[in-house]
Design a protein around this ligand. Structure first.
Ligand code: GDP
Ligand code: IMO
Ligand code: MG
Length: 438
């Protein structure tokens, strides 16, 4: 069986966790390949007492399915304190998180409180410098941890197998961080001894989970097991391919799955891009189709529904706008998407009109593609196609025929403007709330 890859086609929070959980029903292994606990993936499962909501940050969303083995690939940066807390939370909800079910790559990198302090210090300095301003990071230490990785002084998960050595390496790392905090930012340092002792404790609990995950995945794929790669973040947050510098520090795009899992591209199967039927972004950076005021409030929701547009990880209100097909076409191209999965179709019900940004306009010229890629998007104005909305609640729809004609037309225009088929349309957060479009 091939490796199917799920990627976010926008700026994250497209509903990747919900779709991973759905497709994991048919998978043996679900593997995260990039990012860390900057991700927030929500999975809703019907239970005897109503829907049960799981929030995952580091563990693959597929683990909610009892038959699935979860892998944390070496493209990830892992905060062991967050991981243990998440394991405890999920364990209390009845999810088994044993070493038989959860495998952590020995080559993944570890995040420390030092990385988190540097993340916050750098954001404050960028905000004060007033050039491009702050990035609006999640404050989880992601950028500094990947910086240490590329500077070849990072702390790898293999150190968890030798708690004393890990303690020494962490203390040395914190002393180095303290020099930067003091000399560059004028901030007080952290206590290397306490933090080293904490990491020694984490190692004792996490050591049994450390595996050569690339070899494990290779053997499973050779044995015909279905493996699902679960993307975090989204295409436009990719370090190379996103709206730089307002990006994360990893490779959330499909190619990142091969690097971040150590699996060869010969195994590639479906490459599934998940996109909302509108656009959101949390954090700073360009957003050509962003709307404000009551229009934005309508798309965002008030926060009364669990799916309203407030960040899973930081609780920040997400910026909202209309679906941007210029950026979606770009995501189709750079990921090699074989299909699109649309989410949150139900949220558009009740709008008089819906809009799609088919192209951009700048200085009297129409642009169907981005001339320089997604860098400076400020000069571009959206060229909208406006079409009638639909009043009907679509959350009970299960086939295309159940959708109102206007909603079907909206989906068809997305297919026409991207050149990629839509395979699934999500009409609510629960497993059953899905329209199979094929
Ligand atoms: P991810 O980071 O891509 O996994 O997405 P998040 O979990 O951060 O955000 C998606 C939110 O939308 C979650 O609260 C999901 O439960 C919810 N969701 C996913 N699909 C749908 C849908 O089709 N309709 C509605 N109403 N909510 C959805
Ligand atoms: P999921 O997996 C949405 C954004 C942050 C910020 C930028 C850099 O839930 O889709 P970082 O902390 O990574 O250095 O922040 O990236 N960001 C996300 N936005 N969803 C995410 O993950 C995100 N992970 C990072 O808001 O703009
Ligand atoms: Mg999210």
């Amino acid at each position: 069986m091939p490796l199917h890859i799920i990627v976010g086609a926008q700026w994250g929070d497209e509903g990747k966790g919900r779709i991973t959980d759905l497709l994991a029903a048919e998978a043996a292994v679900v593997a995260r390949y990039s990012g860390g606990d900057n991700a927030g993936h929500t999975v809703t499962v019907d239970g005897p007492d109503g829907p049960q909501i799981f929030k995952l940050h580091l563990l693959p969303s597929g683990l909610i399915n009892p038959h699935v083995v979860g892998v944390l690939g070496h493209g990830m940066v892992i905060n062991p304190h967050s991981l243990l807390a998440e394991m405890d939370r999920l364990g209390a909800l009845g999810i088994v998180v044993s070493p038989e079910r959860v495998k952590i790559s020995a080559a993944a990198h570890l995040i420390t409180p030092g990385h988190m302090a540097l993340d916050r210090a750098d954001e404050a300095a960028r905000a004060a410098a007033n050039l491009e301003g702050k990035i609006g990071t999640t404050g989880r230490g992601i950028g500094p941890a990947y910086t240490d990785k590329t500077a070849r002084r990072g702390l790898r998960a293999e150190l968890l197998l030798d708690p004393e050595r890990l303690g020494d390496r962490v203390a040395e790392h914190i002393r180095l961080v303290n020099q930067t905090l003091d000399r560059i930012y004028g901030l007080p340092g952290l206590d290397p001894v306490t933090i080293a002792a904490d990491y020694t404790q984490y190692a004792r609990r996490l050591a049994p989970y450390i595996t050569e995950t690339s070899l494990y995945l290779y053997r499973r794929l050779q044995a015909n097991a279905a493996v699902l790669a679960e993307g975090a973040q989204g295409t436009l947050l990719d370090l190379d391919l996103g709206t730089y510098p307002f990006v994360t520090s990893s490779s959330p795009t499909s190619a990142g799955a091969f690097v971040g899992l150590g699996v060869g591209p010969q195994f590639a199967g479906r490459i599934i891009g998940v996109t909302k039927v509108f656009q959101t972004r949390v954090g700073e950076g360009p957003f050509p189709t962003e709307v404000f005021g009551p229009e934005a409030d309508r798309l965002r929701g008030t926060g009364s529904n669990p799916w309203d547009e407030f960040g899973t990880t930081t609780g920040r209100p997400r910026r909202c706008g209309w679906l941007d097909l210029v950026l979606l076409r770009y995501a189709v191209r750079v990921n090699g998407l074989t299909e699109l999965v649309l989410t949150k179709m139900d949220v558009l019900s009740g709008l008089d009109q819906v809009r799609l940004c088919a192209a951009y306009e700048a200085g009297g010229t129409r642009h169907d593609e981005l001339p320089l890629g997604p860098t400076d998007l400020a000069p571009f104005r959206p060229v909208y196609e406006t079409m009638p909305g639909w009043a009907e609640d679509v959350s009970a729809a299960r086939s295309l025929a159940d959708l109102p004609a206007a909603a079907r037309h909206y989906v068809q225009r997305i297919e026409e403007l991207t050149g990629v088929p839509v395979s699934l349309i999500s009409v609510g957060p629960e497993r059953k709330q899905i329209v199979r479009a094929e």
